[in-house]
Write a protein that binds this ligand. Sequence first.
Ligand code: SME
Length: 160
Amino acid sequence: MYSFEPTPGQTRAELHADLLSAASALTEGEPDAVANMANVAALIAQFMGDLNWAGFYRMVGGELVLGPFIGKPACIRIALGKGVCGTAAASGETQLVPDVHAFPGHIACDAASRSELVVPVIRDGVVIAVIDLDSPSPARFDADDAAGIEALAKAIAQRI
Ligand code: SME
């Protein structure tokens, strides 16, 4: 049994430091990418809270393809440049979206989603995946969340 849990009352920056340590420990020495993405998605959901979807899309043959996640069944393939995920993958830049309804071309996989954070996972200068987080609350994500998930993406880039 693994027991990684957030500490009540900690700041978002502290929470992300703990999430990063847990994800690093859980994926260390494990070569299976699917297992690592599955555990990281579970850790993100457990640590961050107020999420209705957390998981990965992987770059496969020039498009994003659904990977391990927590949440409702989601769109399987997303073209580069489309939606929040495709925009993050095409630009290599984090997309912090306080109101998904205001994002042109947002792809609604779960009608409950109100805000979204998508962080590219970059290995050797190439986007290999994105981490996608959705929340039912407007403006759920802030700059600490973006920085925290960016650090996490960097830490696992060689392990997925
Ligand atoms: N909303 C995303 C699609 C993926 S789902 O949120 C899981 C987008 O616009 O790319």
